[in-house]
Design a protein around this ligand. Structure first.
Ligand SMILES: *Cc1c(COP(=O)(O)O)cnc(C)c1O
Length: 395
């Protein structure tokens, strides 16, 4: 079956007693057992049966099964947010004295997780340029626990060579962990690119209309003990499993993801090309544009579509604020891949609590506006951006 069929027709783990066509929402914390022996089997993992919804729930398991069918992962665990997926993954891999080799280019909270939170527990962040394999290699040693990266960084829109990084990680017997949030996992195979553990904020494309927060950990079975540790240690001891209602919404979102994404990625390319014609915009950063420095690498790894996020650079921070304030249709909001087109000034918001020096080191510019492109008619969105920049649309 093709991915889109799996997204819709993956069978339930157990058939529903009422023949429900949708996976029911099992709003329950606990499960009843016939015998003490059955209970013991479930609790010790000899039989896969839900015992408590902090670690297993049929509605969440159904979403996990769909993602497993689509990605070919050996294990999929759904979490309460993208950050929960990332933090639990890194906590499962790291320990005091270990180091994480990664980049300065990443989502603000992930950067703070690695450089502040995990550092407090004795995990060393090793920040380097992931485009320079020799530099990455020079930062690896016997205490490295993983290489971590985002596949298209935001707002810099940098794309590293996953196969080269995977080969280096495997030389040191450690996993390559990739946050693939910006391109849906229905579009390309992270596994084939050598990624060992894939993490996703399902709040974004999957949830469909930004209904709910969620995260996914896809374990490709190449890191010894990782799947067991997530299931038997992290879910039990940290308690960040997805809730059943969220799983219901996101499972429904997954059914329409491909249809939405096809339109959104086309919309983004169409709008990016039109925005290139505006003199107020100094630069349009979208890997789908042929003259983008990462275009070829992105196409090779992720296929023909390049996601639904772009950034634009204006003259000054003031120009960014003025444009954002003048928008009438495009929404002033964070988040990505909503049905609605969204605009945000990353430097003053997502990265607002970093110092000027830190932002400079991360290449987060004061002159950048990030746009997440929705499902509206792009001529209306273009007209709104034109008027927000104080310019009439040329007919
Ligand atoms: C949004 C986002 C996250 C965090 O996900 P939440 O669901 O908001 O916790 C992590 N990484 C990337 C690339 C994101 O865009």
């Amino acid at each position: 079956m093709k991915n889109q069929t799996k997204a819709i027709d993956t069978p339930f783990g157990k058939s529903d007693v009422y023949g429900s066509l949708s996976m029911p929402v099992y709003h329950t914390a606990a499960y009843e057992f016939e015998t003490a022996a059955d209970m013991a089997d479930a609790f010790t993992g000899r039989v896969i049966a839900p015992d408590y919804s902090r670690v297993m729930n049929p509605t969440v398991m159904y979403l996990e099964d769909k993602v497993k069918a689509i990605t070919g992962a050996s294990n999929v665990v759904a979490m309460s947010s993208g950050m929960a997926a990332i933090s639990n993954t890194l906590m499962a891999l790291a320990a005091a004295g270990k180091n994480i080799v990664t980049s300065r280019h990443m989502f603000g909270n992930t950067f703070a997780l690695i450089t502040d939170s995990l550092k407090r527990f004795g995990v060393e962040p090793r920040l380097c340029n992931l485009l320079d394999i020799d530099e990455v290699k020079s930062r690896m040693d016997e205490n490295t626990c993983c290489i971590f990266l985002e596949i298209i960084t935001n707002p810099q829109m940098e794309v590293a060579d996953l196969k080269a990084l995977a080969a280096l990680a495997h030389e040191y017997n450690v996993p390559l962990v990739a946050d693939t949030t910006v391109i849906p996992f229905t579009q390309f195979s992270a596994k084939e690119l050598g990624v060992d553990i894939e993490v996703v904020s399902s709040t974004k494309y999957l949830s469909g209309g930004a209904t709910t927060l969620g995260g996914l950990i896809m374990d490709y079975g190449t890191t010894r003990g990782f799947g067991q540790r997530i299931k038997n240690e992290m879910l039990f001891n940290f308690g960040a499993y997805m809730t059943p209602h969220v799983a219901y919404m996101q499972s429904l979102g997954l059914e329409t993801l491909d249809a939405r994404y096809r339109v959104q990625s086309q919309n983004t390319l169409y709008l990016a090309k039109k925005l290139c014609t505006l003199p107020q915009i100094k630069k349009v950063n979208y890997v789908g544009l042929e003259d983008n420095p990462y275009h070829a690498m992105a196409e090779k790894q992720f296929g023909k579509t390049a996601g639904a996020m772009m950034t634009i650079d204006l003259e000054s921070k003031e120009a960014c604020f003025a444009m954002i304030n003048n928008l009438k249709l495009v929404r002033r909001a964070t988040n990505l891949f909503d049905n609605k087109t969204l605009a945000i000034h990353p430097a003053s918001t997502i990265f607002g609590n970093f110092s000027d020096q830190e932002r400079a080191a991360m290449d987060v510019l004061d002159t950048t506006v990030r746009l997440s492109i929705g499902l509206e008619d792009m001529d209306d969105v273009f007209e709104d951006i034109c008027q927000a920049l104080g310019r009439q649309v040329d007919e």
